[in-house]
Ligand binder design. Structure first.
Ligand SMILES: [Zn+2]
Length: 374
């Protein structure tokens, strides 16, 4: 074999090993919001002090032990309701639209009026994670457990979605598959799984699960009934893990980001019980068992994040906690796509989920070559 060819093969072997060790960008991302899943309450389930427990949550535990996570992310500073926070999660903006903020400005928590969109309410246009994924040719889907999520379907449909100015033109309808069903029990998750097992799976999916919110309002956050509803959600996560294993294209090629819109809405004993939410990241290349705050300590190009000293945070200046609204720019980062235009949270896409210290220069070089090749 000629020497140059041997050299190329050796380099390829090194690149393959390094790329595998570090993890290549996943081609599928599943972003999950578990409505009302307060971080302090999930913490009690994890540490065995939850009322009526102990409870087995093997799939939340798997997200924690195999992924990077925190139970102390923060929702919007000025809002602990479902729809404003979900607009933040999907657009990467705060709610507050006062001068200097450029927030999404959606303050209502009811079903939107007919024809009302995020864009007519702000205006101008409020771009979302669906815009970026769709315009770059990725199939997108939204599976929601409350009727108010029609806001996103209406805002990003073939009439109200923005023009796709990235060639080729995939059109204005940014959400390829939309499914909204208010029934509890996992029909939303089952419908999502059926899509992923079909011949045309979504590359970016948003899945909203309502059990803890419904049971929180009905029986109280942290009650035995509420805790049991988290166990029910854990079973849904198990189905999603199994689906990832069952679909060859998704196996070892899928990331999960799981967060929540808010904690206890009704009678929180502490501010943390209302404003603290979990943030889990799982998938290829994610540092197993890592604390997201330890990874994002401002070193080696990583983001600087600090657990909130008080709940709620009263400013978006200075040291900031990890936010539920960072989920979508992280999702796009994992998919090797840029941030949502006009967004604030993790716009720089510096929130990291692998441990930066393990990224050797060789690995970075290999990654750069792999990314150029795609
Ligand atoms: Zn909610």
């Amino acid at each position: 074999m000629p020497a140059p060819r041997r050299l190329v093969l050796a380099l390829c072997a090194i690149l393959a090993c390094t790329a595998t060790a570090w993890g290549v960008a996943p081609e599928y991302v599943i972003e999950i919001s578990v409505d009302g899943l307060g971080g302090t309450y999930l913490g009690k389930i994890f540490n065995g002090t939850a009322t009526g427990g102990p409870y087995a949550v093997p799939n939340f535990t798997r997200l924690k032990t195999e992924g990077a996570s925190t139970l102390a992310a923060h929702c919007d500073n000025n809002n602990w309701e479902t729809l404003p926070n979900h607009v933040s999660i999907l657009t990467g903006r705060p709610r507050d639209n006062s001068p200097g903020f450029d927030g999404h400005n959606w303050t209502g928590n009811g079903d939107p009026a007919v024809g009302q969109t995020l864009h007519t309410n702000k205006p101008p246009y409020v771009a979302s994670v669906f815009d970026v994924a769709h315009d770059n040719g990725l199939r997108t889907g939204m599976y929601a457990n409350k009727s108010k999520f029609s806001l996103f379907d209406t805002s990003y449909n073939a009439t109200n979605g923005a023009q796709d100015n990235i060639s080729p033109n995939y059109g204005r309808d940014k959400i390829d598959n939309t499914y909204i069903d208010t029934a509890l029990g996992g029909v939303v998750v089952d419908t999502f799984i059926a899509q992923q097992k079909s011949g045309s799976p979504n590359r970016y999916s948003f899945v909203h699960i309502n059990e803890p919110d419904a049971n929180g309002h009905g029986s109280g956050w942290g009650s035995a009934t509420w805790n049991q509803s988290v166990v029910t959600v854990d079973g849904m996560l198990g189905k999603i893990f199994q689906m990832i294993q069952d679909v060859p294209a998704m196996r070892n090629n899928t990331a999960i980001i799981l967060t929540a819109d808010h904690g206890n809405q009704d009678n929180p004993p502490t501010g943390a019980d209302r404003y603290q939410v979990p943030f889990f990241v799982w998938g290829p290349g994610v540092t197993a068992g890592a604390d997201l705050y330890a990874l994002n300590n401002g070193q080696n190009g990583a983001a600087m994040r600090k657990v909130a000293a008080n709940y709620p945070m009263t400013t978006y200046a200075g040291d900031q906690p990890i936010r539920n609204a960072e989920a979508s720019n992280l999702a796009l980062d994992l998919l090797d796509l840029g941030p949502i235009p006009g967004s604030t949270f993790d716009y720089s896409q510096t929130l990291v989920v692998p441990e930066p210290a393990t990224m050797s220069l060789l690995a970075l070089g290999a990654l750069a070559m792999l990314r150029r090749r795609r």
